[in-house]
Write a protein that binds this ligand. Structure first.
Ligand code: FES
Length: 105
């Protein structure tokens, strides 16, 4: 099964199996990273699923919607590699994806 690599807020990196067809936010939550609150359940309305994606993967991610862009703009912690993990559906081409969990919003 494909895997993704998650760097948590304490700086610990772990690899996790990733099922295709679900969001990266769900993969992170299923891996036990409860610090990703995902308060809106993936409806692109809370930004509590904020992650920083390794730059080598940015080009193969699905493009950002206007709603995601607007919501990230409301964060004080936005960076060039910021994404909302609920807006990224995982598929095999993203195998090895490495991301860092964003700070508390
Ligand atoms: S879970 Fe709320 S914006 Fe992603």
């Amino acid at each position: 099964m494909p895997t993704i690599r998650i760097l948590d807020r304490e700086g610990l990196e772990t690899a996790h199996e990733a099922a295709e067809g679900i969001s990266v936010m769900e993969i992170i939550r299923n891996a036990g990273h409860d610090e990703v609150l995902a308060l809106c359940g993936g409806q692109c309305a809370c930004a509590t699923c904020h992650v920083y994606v390794d730059e080598e993967y940015l080009g193969i991610l699905p493009s950002m919607s206007e709603d995601e862009n607007d919501l990230l703009d409301s964060s004080d912690h936005r960076q060039a590699n910021s994404r909302l993990s609920c807006q990224i559906e995982f598929h095999a081409a993203l195998t090895g994806l490495r991301l860092q969990i964003g700070p508390d919003e």
